[in-house]
Design a binder for this molecule. Sequence first.
Ligand code: TEU
Ligand code: CA
Length: 558
Amino acid sequence: MTKNIKWWQKAVVYQVYPRSFQDANGDGIGDLQGIEQRLDYIEKLGADVIWLNPIYASPDKDNGYDISDYEDINAKFGNMADFDRLLQKAHDKNIKILMDLVVNHTSDQHKWFIESRSSKTNDKRDFYIWRDPVDGHEPNNWGSFFSGPAWKFDDESGQYYLHLFVEGQPDLNWVNPKVRQSVFDMMNFWVDKGIDGFRMDVISLISKPDGLPDGEVPEGGEYGNSDRAVANGPHVHEYLQEMRQKVLNRADMMTVGEASGVDIDNAIKYAAKDTSELNMVFQFEHMGLDNNPNPALGKWYDKKVNLIDLKQNLSKWQNKLANKAWNSLYWDNHDQPRAVSRYGDDRPEYRVVSAKMAATLLHFMQGTPYIYQGEEIGMTNAYNLKRADFDDIEIKNAFKYLIDKDHLTDEETMLRYVHAKGRDNARTPMQWDDSQNAGFTTGEPWLKLNDNFQTINAQEALVDPQSIFYYYQKLIRLRHELPIITTGTYQLLDSDDDQVYAYRRVLDNEQLLVINNFTDQVLNRDYHVDLNADVLISNYEDDQGSTLRPYESKVYRF
Ligand code: TEU
Ligand code: CA
């Protein structure tokens, strides 16, 4: 097996959210030149690949996920020459670049949509999903992912168009072969530039079910669940195989599909070993374990995940994908709260130790790990932001619909939920140092900073040999050095222990025992470890055997 390992199976990805990473020209918005200035930092961490969130021309209704020109750069971030230089500089350092591919939808300002909307007989009409009203209403009951209906009425032509996300993000009609060919041509434009792969936005949603049937309405909710109605539609695998033939096979690329609504069986099809489609998917099941028990509130909730549920879920993915497909490993990204706040403990006395615990838990699993910018210094959720400070359309709509319209919750509770789950927790500017605006910008930052930047920042981390940064650096190095981390089998220990997450990795005669105390308690657990066993990595300086201190994490190697 070791011989057939692909480069992306040993790689660690560092995700950069360009808007919030580094501003080079003082306009308060991160940009490509800023990323270039910080390449040394990413190189020092040791990541192999950078995934860039969308940098294409966009009216920014959903922070770049509404693209108006796929072959142009958002002027806020720079221009194509800046991109070409960044790619070159990254490649000079042996760092690869993964581009975000957003092709379930475009912006309503994309020239295809402008034409499509112009008349019912325009030859781009069929590039999008237009339907007549039914009894004066929306064609079906689907809700937008970001609250409200998924259909927008167009006065001019008297039809509705589908937008699974916000109004400014009309869904492309993948049934139309001209749409597919246009997307593949555009992808080839980027492949020809020498990029190293794609992260594919909501790729599980591109094939809509025939006849667009209503979705199931959650109890207390108003709209049908469009995620469940649409995900893994009838032709999605066919379209991805076509993409593989026409684009992906042209180079040695890495692909990861963002796959909301995907279960194990589907993931095995998307990410099968034969690579007829994608290399791996981002599954969402573990992201939903701490959802609100009231389905109408969805993710908006502030209770921590139950460890047994988490173990069951992650172990299922580890075991069932083994030898069949490939896992991606992530705690957070630009859509999720901060890892240490959600899976660790961001109180000052536990922040560092618990961030390292969460990192250990994830990084010894099988799959390709993703580190979201700031995770490597233990950045926390942004509790100082108030309703008026938020920028994210999902958060704004949630306040608007769930409080103002549906009255599902009150403002104070909603704010608590947003502090626990809102996307802006991840999007506050990167904390580089303790100077004004954390070294992110000399101007006015586009989104308020987390007010803890004076204590939590990269400069601080880089001078402290015990920092979270150096811990991640070591995790990455170990993955590069020890094949067992990539190829070993996975075995969960004590599945009913709701305080400690322990597992083994096994390869031939070699073994790793990974032990993580998920609580702030001192615990006692005996894993019958030989006193002479080597501790490969730990977040405490000494080993106290069966005594596990708060959030203690250690890995033995036999
Ligand atoms: O996210 C898709 C997705 O599934 C999200 O709706 C997710 O459920 C939500 O953000 C959790 O709060 C992708 C992108 O990552 C996201 O940033 C975009 O807004 C979205 O697609 C639309 O392109
Ligand atoms: Ca800028």
